[in-house]
Design a protein around this ligand. Structure first.
Ligand code: ADE
Length: 315
């Protein structure tokens, strides 16, 4: 995709304040992703370290028209907290800066060369991962989720589409637009606000990862991310989704009834046992992240030293 002229010729770009970034600080190289409300470009800093970055550009008029203002605020707040030096985690995307002009909001993010994990998995010979590779990505995702939960953030949109693969094969959790600060939670459920973005998200996003509590309008908790984590693990290992059917409505019905099965060629008994202990309707009855780390499926994983493990080469 061609880079639009206004991103190439930045002589009109204005800096809102001397210490703020603006479009003129970057060379925009190529479009690398498109969402409903944003486009992501691969770009490079003009000065200093000349880092490669991902520039996410959100058009203000689309955001206002689609009532996505809360969504953008959440993303910025969560990423700003997670990007503070003392909160940094190697498995979470970093927000280096934000700025805006009359038309757009800009997020300067860490760049992941190999794009999202779903696209990479779909390009594998049998469109799924080997058990050891699935275990590696799952362990790293679990570590990132544990970290954000400790900081009081629930992601609420955990799926392989939101995992990006860096130049070195390591993954980053991204897209915090659906996230929630745990301290906000009671306030929001009382005002009934939480079910609004949830429903809307179910129409723009994919139904496969939706949790039973989202469908019934109950409170979501860190255990909700762990449900979606297990759906993601099932996808890694099979290339399929545990809850799949002809329509979104039928998928939701399956999720509400926790109606899914393992095919006869499901590749790993420990993974099966693990998934069965998380895909449980009651949040309190699901394995916690601590119990997950101690499960047989992760026996070979040293969670204290994940950075020392050589990542799979699936790209
Ligand atoms: N697509 C969306 N965000 C991205 C990022 N940070 N790096 C690479 N591709 C992306």
């Amino acid at each position: 995709m061609e880079v639009p002229l206004n991103l190439k010729n930045t002589e009109n770009a204005r800096r809102a304040a001397p210490n703020m970034k603006c479009l003129a600080d970057f060379v925009v190289e190529k479009e690398i992703g498109e969402g409903s409300f944003s486009t992501v470009y691969h770009a490079r800093e003009k000065e200093g370290e000349k880092r490669e970055i991902a520039l996410k550009i959100c058009l203000k008029k689309l955001i206002l028209k689609n009532k996505m203002v809360t969504y953008i605020h959440r993303e910025k707040e969560a990423l700003a907290l997670l990007s503070r030096e003392e909160n940094a985690h190697p498995g979470v995307v970093t927000l280096f800066a934000t700025f805006q002009d009359a038309e757009s909001l800009y997020f300067v993010l860490s760049y992941a060369k190999y794009g999202d994990l779903v696209s990479l998995i779909q390009k594998q010979p049998d469109a799924k991962l080997k058990v050891d590779d699935a275990r590696y990505y799952a362990a790293n995702l679990l570590s990132a989720l544990e970290h954000i939960h400790k900081l009081g953030i629930i992601h609420r949109d955990v799926k392989a589409d939101n995992l990006l693969v860096k130049h070195d094969g390591r993954i980053l959790l991204t897209d915090f637009g659906s996230s929630k600060f745990l301290k906000d939670y009671e306030k929001d459920t009382n005002s009934n606000e939480s079910s609004v973005p949830s429903r809307r998200r179910s129409f723009v996003g994919t139904a496969f990862f939706v949790t039973p509590e989202l469908l019934t309008g109950s409170d979501m908790s860190p255990a909700s991310d762990l449900w979606s984590f297990s759906v993601t693990l099932y996808f890694f290992l099979t290339g399929n989704y545990p809850f799949d059917d002809l329509s979104e409505y039928l998928v939701f019905k399956r999720i509400q009834d926790v109606l899914y099965r393992f095919s006869d060629d499901f590749p790993d008994e420990n993974a099966r046992d693990f998934i069965e202990k998380v895909l449980v309707k009651e949040q309190k009855e699901r394995l916690t992240s601590d119990q997950m780390k101690r499960h047989q499926f992760f026996e070979s994983m040293d969670f204290e030293n994940l950075q020392e493990i050589e990542p799979p080469r699936i790209y």
